[in-house]
Design a protein around this ligand. Structure first.
Ligand SMILES: Cc1cc2nc3c(=O)[nH]c(=O)nc-3n(C[C@H](O)[C@H](O)[C@H](O)COP(=O)(O)O)c2cc1C
Length: 374
């Protein structure tokens, strides 16, 4: 996707910890319920089935595939079909498609459902030049009439919830108009990332746009942008009134973010950050799921970025970086994980403190937070 490495860490909000928030499971209709109402975002070259499974195990209420070309699905192009690749145990799962012609998107939605999709989502947010220059992704935000037509066609074509994921607008915040068009076309819910196309990943997500969209439509709204822990999830819920939150970068190397937000929404103690043993066990499961699905060669290539994300900001990251080019077998991967772990022994606290993901604001009575020390 060409996103610079430094932009792969969500922006943190400062300020007071918002008070506790209650949100029931989110019913999207057609028997699809998001419980908890916390979703793993679609991420190109990241949300393949192993990562989706790990995130579901850690408590995500729904997971999403990366965006897949509608035309590719219609032609059953092997690349497009392999990007869907749904496996047992990950339902509810959303297949995200991109395209621009209502009839093509309707047909692609049917194929996604044949391949096992519980929900079909339309990408209306991808800001990348090569995507928008052909009228796809965020380019749809400039054509409200087309948006309504697309959702009518897709909703009529399939018997599962059809949703859309948008940005706050193209250059300005035209989000309300677009959201109303989605609703009028029959969307079951919408996700909004609180940045415009031109903002790319700059600044903070603008929560006021998400709040305005929530106010303007009757369908459920899923808030997205800079949610990376229970505090930022509370902020998203309370500042926007949204019905669910979606997490992208905050889940990279940190699938525990889902159990953390889920626990908070249930009013339960916030789990401690993962111990080195839990981290190792989760990472090994992630690797095993990769090996089962894709074999050694592809696993060695694709697991690299995940390994770095799991150890980002700790001494283990440096150790891993030195070994990455030598990964050629499952055994190499396991040894690299253990070497990273060994580098962090005695450093875990130091690493955790300097690691933005692990830092938590102080507990206050107002926050109603009780830490779980189990
Ligand atoms: C590596 C990467 C790949 C992404 N790919 C997609 C995609 O395929 N479809 C999509 O709708 N959004 C995609 N996004 C955007 C995210 O889903 C999300 O909207 C954005 O990162 C803001 O959420 P966050 O602050 O939680 O990261 C991607 C983001 C990243 C970092």
């Amino acid at each position: 996707m060409g996103i610079p490495f430094e932009k792969l860490t969500p922006k943190r909000w400062g300020g007071e910890v918002p008070g506790p928030v209650e949100r029931p499971p989110l019913d999207l209709g057609h028997g699809v319920v998001l419980d908890p109402p916390v979703v793993l975002s679609p991420m190109a070259a990241v949300t393949s089935s192993p990562f989706r499974r790990v995130c579901r195990d850690m408590g995500a209420g729904m997971v999403a595939t990366e965006m897949v070309s509608a035309v590719g699905l219609i032609h059953r192009a092997p690349m497009a079909v392999s990007m869907v690749d749904l496996v047992e145990g990950e339902s509810p799962v959303c297949v995200q498609i991109y395209g621009k012609r209502p009839e093509e998107l309707a047909r692609a939605a049917q194929i996604a459902v044949e391949l096992g999709a519980d929900v079909v989502d339309l990408n209306m947010g991808c800001p990348m030049k090569k995507v928008v220059s052909s009228g796809h992704g965020a380019a749809l935000l400039r054509d409200v009439g087309r948006v309504q037509e697309i959702f009518s066609a897709m909703s009529e074509a399939v018997d599962v919830p059809v949703t859309g994921k948008m940005r706050a607008g193209w250059e300005d915040t035209s989000a309300v108009e677009v959201a109303r068009a989605m609703e009028a076309g029959g969307a079951a819910a919408l996700t909004i990332h609180g940045r415009t196309r031109s903002a790319m990943y700059d600044g903070h997500a603008d929560l006021s746009v998400i709040a305005a969209v929530k106010e303007a439509v009757g369908i459920p709204v899923i808030g997205n942008g800079d949610v990376c822990d229970w505090v930022s999830a509370r902020r998203m819920f309370s500042a926007t009134g949204c019905d669910a939150v979606m997490v992208a970068r905050g889940a990279l190397g940190n699938p525990w973010v889902f159990r953390e937000i889920a626990a908070d929404l249930r009013g339960e103690p916030i789990p401690e950050p993962p111990s080195p043993e839990l981290k190792r066990a989760t990472l090994l499961r992630h690797v095993d799921l990769y090996l089962e699905r894709f074999g050694e060669g592809r696993t060695c290539k694709e697991i690299r970025k995940h390994l770095l994300w799991y150890y980002r900001g700790t001494p283990g990251e440096l150790v891993l970086r030195k070994r990455l080019s030598d990964l050629t077998s499952a055994e190499d991967i396991r040894q690299a994980i253990d070497a990273a772990l060994a580098a962090n022994v005695g450093q875990t606290e130091l690493g955790a403190k300097s690691h933005p993901r692990a830092s938590r604001p102080p507990q206050t009575k107002a926050s109603g937070v009780v830490r779980d020390s189990r």
